[in-house]
Design a protein around this ligand. Sequence first.
Ligand code: ADP
Ligand code: CDP
Length: 238
Amino acid sequence: MTDLSTPADATAAAQTPPVTVVAIDGPAGSGKSSVSKEAARRLGFGYLDTGAAYRALAWHAVERGVDTSDSAAVLDATGDFDYAISLDPDHYWVRVGEADVTEAIREIRVTEAVSGVARVPAVRQSINAMFRAMVAGSGRPGVVVEGRDITTVVAPDAPVRILLTAAPEVRAARRSAEISGHDATAVADALRRRDTADSKVVDFLTAAEGVTVVDSTELDFEQTVDAVLGVIAEGGVR
Ligand SMILES: Nc1ncnc2c1ncn2[C@@H]1O[C@H](COP(=O)(O)OP(=O)(O)O)[C@@H](O)[C@H]1O
Ligand SMILES: Nc1ccn([C@@H]2O[C@H](COP(=O)(O)OP(=O)(O)O)[C@@H](O)[C@H]2O)c(=O)n1
Protein backbone atom coordinates (compact mmCIF):
# COMPACT_ATOMS: atom_id res chain seq x y z
CA MET A 1 0.00 0.00 0.00
CA THR A 2 1.23 3.49 -0.75
CA ASP A 3 2.42 5.02 2.53
CA LEU A 4 0.79 8.44 2.61
CA SER A 5 1.31 8.98 6.32
CA THR A 6 4.20 11.44 5.95
CA PRO A 7 3.53 14.69 4.06
CA ALA A 8 5.93 14.98 1.12
CA ASP A 9 6.74 18.56 2.04
CA ALA A 10 6.91 18.92 5.81
CA THR A 11 7.52 22.68 5.59
CA ALA A 12 4.43 23.26 3.47
CA ALA A 13 2.44 21.04 5.83
CA ALA A 14 3.60 23.10 8.82
CA GLN A 15 2.39 26.31 7.14
CA THR A 16 -1.03 24.87 6.20
CA PRO A 17 -3.76 25.48 8.80
CA PRO A 18 -4.95 22.24 10.42
CA VAL A 19 -7.97 20.57 8.83
CA THR A 20 -11.02 20.39 11.10
CA VAL A 21 -12.37 16.87 11.48
CA VAL A 22 -16.02 16.07 12.10
CA ALA A 23 -16.00 12.41 13.19
CA ILE A 24 -19.14 10.31 12.68
CA ASP A 25 -19.44 6.63 13.62
CA GLY A 26 -22.31 4.20 13.65
CA PRO A 27 -23.61 0.79 12.60
CA ALA A 28 -24.62 -0.24 9.07
CA GLY A 29 -27.64 1.58 7.66
CA SER A 30 -27.70 4.28 10.34
CA GLY A 31 -27.32 6.96 7.64
CA LYS A 32 -23.60 7.73 8.07
CA SER A 33 -22.71 8.02 4.39
CA SER A 34 -25.74 9.95 3.15
CA VAL A 35 -25.95 12.28 6.16
CA SER A 36 -22.18 12.91 6.31
CA LYS A 37 -22.06 13.69 2.60
CA GLU A 38 -24.88 16.22 2.88
CA ALA A 39 -23.40 17.80 6.03
CA ALA A 40 -20.05 18.13 4.21
CA ARG A 41 -21.75 19.80 1.23
CA ARG A 42 -23.45 22.37 3.44
CA LEU A 43 -20.26 23.12 5.36
CA GLY A 44 -18.03 23.31 2.28
CA PHE A 45 -16.02 20.43 3.78
CA GLY A 46 -14.61 17.30 2.26
CA TYR A 47 -16.26 13.93 2.87
CA LEU A 48 -14.28 10.77 3.68
CA ASP A 49 -16.07 7.42 3.54
CA THR A 50 -13.69 5.15 5.46
CA GLY A 51 -15.76 2.01 4.90
CA ALA A 52 -14.95 2.32 1.20
CA ALA A 53 -11.26 1.57 1.92
CA TYR A 54 -12.10 -1.67 3.71
CA ARG A 55 -14.57 -2.55 0.96
CA ALA A 56 -11.99 -1.77 -1.74
CA LEU A 57 -9.37 -3.92 0.00
CA ALA A 58 -11.94 -6.72 0.28
CA TRP A 59 -12.67 -6.32 -3.47
CA HIS A 60 -8.93 -6.41 -4.23
CA ALA A 61 -8.50 -9.56 -2.11
CA VAL A 62 -11.53 -11.31 -3.63
CA GLU A 63 -10.35 -10.45 -7.17
CA ARG A 64 -7.04 -12.11 -6.37
CA GLY A 65 -8.69 -15.20 -4.90
CA VAL A 66 -7.35 -14.42 -1.43
CA ASP A 67 -9.02 -16.26 1.45
CA THR A 68 -10.26 -13.31 3.54
CA SER A 69 -10.45 -15.47 6.66
CA ASP A 70 -6.64 -15.79 6.47
CA SER A 71 -5.20 -12.69 8.21
CA ALA A 72 -1.68 -13.18 6.85
CA ALA A 73 -3.00 -13.49 3.29
CA VAL A 74 -5.12 -10.34 3.72
CA LEU A 75 -2.14 -8.41 5.05
CA ASP A 76 -0.12 -9.66 2.10
CA ALA A 77 -2.81 -8.36 -0.27
CA THR A 78 -2.21 -4.80 1.00
CA GLY A 79 1.23 -4.97 -0.67
CA ASP A 80 -0.11 -4.03 -4.10
CA PHE A 81 -3.27 -2.23 -2.96
CA ASP A 82 -3.19 1.04 -4.89
CA TYR A 83 -6.17 2.91 -3.41
CA ALA A 84 -7.69 6.30 -4.18
CA ILE A 85 -10.96 7.96 -3.17
CA SER A 86 -12.56 11.30 -3.90
CA LEU A 87 -13.18 13.56 -0.90
CA ASP A 88 -15.54 15.73 -2.96
CA PRO A 89 -19.10 15.21 -1.65
CA ASP A 90 -20.48 16.17 -5.09
CA HIS A 91 -18.25 13.83 -7.07
CA TYR A 92 -17.77 10.52 -5.31
CA TRP A 93 -15.59 7.78 -6.77
CA VAL A 94 -13.37 4.97 -5.50
CA ARG A 95 -10.46 3.47 -7.46
CA VAL A 96 -8.05 0.60 -7.07
CA GLY A 97 -5.22 1.10 -9.54
CA GLU A 98 -6.89 1.85 -12.90
CA ALA A 99 -10.19 0.24 -11.91
CA ASP A 100 -13.16 2.38 -10.90
CA VAL A 101 -14.68 0.24 -8.13
CA THR A 102 -17.30 2.74 -6.93
CA GLU A 103 -20.14 0.32 -7.73
CA ALA A 104 -18.28 -2.98 -7.40
CA ILE A 105 -17.44 -2.46 -3.72
CA ARG A 106 -21.18 -2.48 -2.89
CA GLU A 107 -21.68 -5.96 -4.37
CA ILE A 108 -22.83 -8.64 -1.94
CA ARG A 109 -19.68 -10.76 -2.46
CA VAL A 110 -17.61 -7.78 -1.24
CA THR A 111 -19.97 -6.89 1.62
CA GLU A 112 -19.72 -10.50 2.81
CA ALA A 113 -15.92 -10.44 2.74
CA VAL A 114 -15.32 -7.00 4.25
CA SER A 115 -15.50 -7.86 7.97
CA GLY A 116 -12.77 -10.48 7.48
CA VAL A 117 -10.49 -7.84 6.02
CA ALA A 118 -11.35 -5.18 8.62
CA ARG A 119 -10.56 -7.39 11.62
CA VAL A 120 -6.81 -7.58 10.90
CA PRO A 121 -5.06 -5.12 13.31
CA ALA A 122 -2.06 -4.42 11.05
CA VAL A 123 -4.40 -3.67 8.14
CA ARG A 124 -6.37 -1.23 10.31
CA GLN A 125 -3.20 0.55 11.43
CA SER A 126 -1.97 1.15 7.94
CA ILE A 127 -5.41 2.16 6.65
CA ASN A 128 -5.85 4.57 9.57
CA ALA A 129 -2.51 6.24 8.77
CA MET A 130 -3.74 6.64 5.20
CA PHE A 131 -7.00 8.26 6.40
CA ARG A 132 -5.12 10.80 8.53
CA ALA A 133 -2.87 11.67 5.59
CA MET A 134 -5.86 12.06 3.27
CA VAL A 135 -7.53 14.46 5.71
CA ALA A 136 -4.32 16.46 6.20
CA GLY A 137 -3.81 16.70 2.44
CA SER A 138 -7.46 17.35 1.55
CA GLY A 139 -7.00 21.04 0.77
CA ARG A 140 -10.32 21.68 2.53
CA PRO A 141 -10.98 23.64 5.74
CA GLY A 142 -12.55 20.52 7.19
CA VAL A 143 -13.51 16.94 6.43
CA VAL A 144 -16.49 14.93 7.63
CA VAL A 145 -15.02 11.48 8.26
CA GLU A 146 -17.43 8.60 8.78
CA GLY A 147 -16.95 4.98 9.79
CA ARG A 148 -16.80 2.78 12.86
CA ASP A 149 -13.75 3.91 14.84
CA ILE A 150 -13.32 7.54 13.78
CA THR A 151 -14.50 9.02 17.10
CA THR A 152 -12.34 6.60 19.10
CA VAL A 153 -9.22 5.64 17.11
CA VAL A 154 -8.76 7.65 13.91
CA ALA A 155 -9.62 11.11 15.26
CA PRO A 156 -10.31 10.90 19.02
CA ASP A 157 -9.34 14.59 19.38
CA ALA A 158 -11.78 15.86 16.75
CA PRO A 159 -13.76 18.92 17.93
CA VAL A 160 -17.01 17.21 16.93
CA ARG A 161 -17.63 13.50 17.47
CA ILE A 162 -21.00 11.93 16.76
CA LEU A 163 -22.44 8.43 17.07
CA LEU A 164 -25.26 8.13 14.54
CA THR A 165 -27.63 5.34 15.50
CA ALA A 166 -31.06 3.99 14.58
CA ALA A 167 -33.06 0.97 15.70
CA PRO A 168 -31.92 -2.28 14.00
CA GLU A 169 -35.25 -2.83 12.21
CA VAL A 170 -35.21 0.76 10.85
CA ARG A 171 -31.63 0.36 9.59
CA ALA A 172 -32.49 -2.96 7.95
CA ALA A 173 -35.55 -1.41 6.26
CA ARG A 174 -33.48 1.51 4.91
CA ARG A 175 -30.80 -0.79 3.52
CA SER A 176 -33.39 -3.16 2.12
CA ALA A 177 -35.10 -0.29 0.28
CA GLU A 178 -31.78 0.45 -1.47
CA ILE A 179 -31.18 -3.11 -2.69
CA SER A 180 -33.80 -4.30 -5.14
CA GLY A 181 -34.45 -7.98 -5.73
CA HIS A 182 -33.39 -9.16 -2.29
CA ASP A 183 -35.54 -10.53 0.44
CA ALA A 184 -35.91 -8.02 3.31
CA THR A 185 -35.35 -10.72 5.94
CA ALA A 186 -32.14 -11.82 4.24
CA VAL A 187 -30.92 -8.20 4.12
CA ALA A 188 -31.72 -7.74 7.83
CA ASP A 189 -29.92 -10.99 8.72
CA ALA A 190 -26.84 -10.01 6.71
CA LEU A 191 -26.77 -6.56 8.34
CA ARG A 192 -27.02 -8.09 11.80
CA ARG A 193 -24.27 -10.62 11.06
CA ARG A 194 -21.95 -7.88 9.80
CA ASP A 195 -22.63 -5.62 12.82
CA THR A 196 -21.94 -8.56 15.16
CA ALA A 197 -18.64 -9.39 13.43
CA ASP A 198 -17.58 -5.71 13.20
CA SER A 199 -18.44 -4.91 16.83
CA LYS A 200 -15.93 -7.53 18.00
CA VAL A 201 -13.22 -5.33 16.50
CA VAL A 202 -14.41 -1.82 17.43
CA ASP A 203 -17.29 -0.67 19.62
CA PHE A 204 -19.57 1.52 17.52
CA LEU A 205 -22.77 0.68 19.37
CA THR A 206 -22.06 2.68 22.52
CA ALA A 207 -20.81 6.26 22.57
CA ALA A 208 -17.33 6.83 23.99
CA GLU A 209 -16.91 9.67 26.49
CA GLY A 210 -17.52 13.05 24.86
CA VAL A 211 -19.28 11.55 21.83
CA THR A 212 -22.80 12.89 21.10
CA VAL A 213 -25.47 10.39 20.10
CA VAL A 214 -27.85 11.29 17.26
CA ASP A 215 -30.61 8.68 17.09
CA SER A 216 -32.31 8.87 13.69
CA THR A 217 -34.94 6.18 14.36
CA GLU A 218 -37.75 8.73 14.47
CA LEU A 219 -36.15 11.31 12.16
CA ASP A 220 -36.39 11.60 8.40
CA PHE A 221 -33.28 12.34 6.32
CA GLU A 222 -33.57 16.16 6.48
CA GLN A 223 -34.21 16.10 10.23
CA THR A 224 -31.17 13.88 10.72
CA VAL A 225 -28.96 16.23 8.69
CA ASP A 226 -30.27 19.16 10.76
CA ALA A 227 -29.61 17.29 14.01
CA VAL A 228 -26.03 16.51 12.93
CA LEU A 229 -25.43 20.11 11.76
CA GLY A 230 -26.77 21.27 15.15
CA VAL A 231 -24.20 19.15 17.01
CA ILE A 232 -21.47 20.42 14.67
CA ALA A 233 -22.44 24.06 15.34
CA GLU A 234 -22.50 23.39 19.10
CA GLY A 235 -18.96 22.08 18.73
CA GLY A 236 -17.97 25.50 17.40
CA VAL A 237 -17.37 24.29 13.83
CA ARG A 238 -18.77 26.51 11.06
N1 ADP B 1 -33.00 9.60 8.76
C1 ADP B 1 -33.24 8.88 7.68
N2 ADP B 1 -34.49 8.57 7.36
C2 ADP B 1 -34.75 7.81 6.29
N3 ADP B 1 -33.81 7.29 5.46
C3 ADP B 1 -32.55 7.58 5.73
C4 ADP B 1 -32.19 8.38 6.84
N4 ADP B 1 -30.85 8.48 6.88
C5 ADP B 1 -30.41 7.78 5.83
N5 ADP B 1 -31.42 7.25 5.12
C6 ADP B 1 -31.33 6.37 3.95
O1 ADP B 1 -31.01 5.08 4.46
C7 ADP B 1 -30.12 4.40 3.59
C8 ADP B 1 -28.86 3.97 4.35
O2 ADP B 1 -28.11 5.15 4.64
P1 ADP B 1 -26.53 5.20 4.49
O3 ADP B 1 -26.16 6.62 4.52
O4 ADP B 1 -26.06 4.37 3.34
O5 ADP B 1 -26.11 4.47 5.86
P2 ADP B 1 -24.70 3.94 6.36
O6 ADP B 1 -23.65 4.70 5.64
O7 ADP B 1 -24.72 4.20 7.84
O8 ADP B 1 -24.69 2.48 6.05
C9 ADP B 1 -29.87 5.37 2.44
O9 ADP B 1 -30.72 5.00 1.38
C10 ADP B 1 -30.23 6.73 2.99
O10 ADP B 1 -30.69 7.60 1.98
N1 CDP C 1 -13.93 2.94 10.13
C1 CDP C 1 -14.37 1.79 9.62
C2 CDP C 1 -15.25 1.77 8.54
C3 CDP C 1 -15.69 0.56 8.03
N2 CDP C 1 -15.19 -0.58 8.55
C4 CDP C 1 -15.49 -1.88 7.94
O1 CDP C 1 -15.91 -1.67 6.61
C5 CDP C 1 -17.18 -2.28 6.38
C6 CDP C 1 -17.97 -1.45 5.38
O2 CDP C 1 -18.25 -0.18 5.96
P1 CDP C 1 -19.37 0.75 5.35
O3 CDP C 1 -19.38 1.98 6.17
O4 CDP C 1 -19.19 0.86 3.89
O5 CDP C 1 -20.66 -0.10 5.61
P2 CDP C 1 -22.17 0.34 5.60
O6 CDP C 1 -22.48 0.57 7.02
O7 CDP C 1 -22.31 1.61 4.83
O8 CDP C 1 -22.85 -0.81 4.98
C7 CDP C 1 -17.80 -2.44 7.75
O9 CDP C 1 -18.74 -3.51 7.77
C8 CDP C 1 -16.57 -2.71 8.61
O10 CDP C 1 -16.20 -4.07 8.53
C9 CDP C 1 -14.35 -0.55 9.63
O11 CDP C 1 -13.95 -1.60 10.12
N3 CDP C 1 -13.94 0.65 10.15
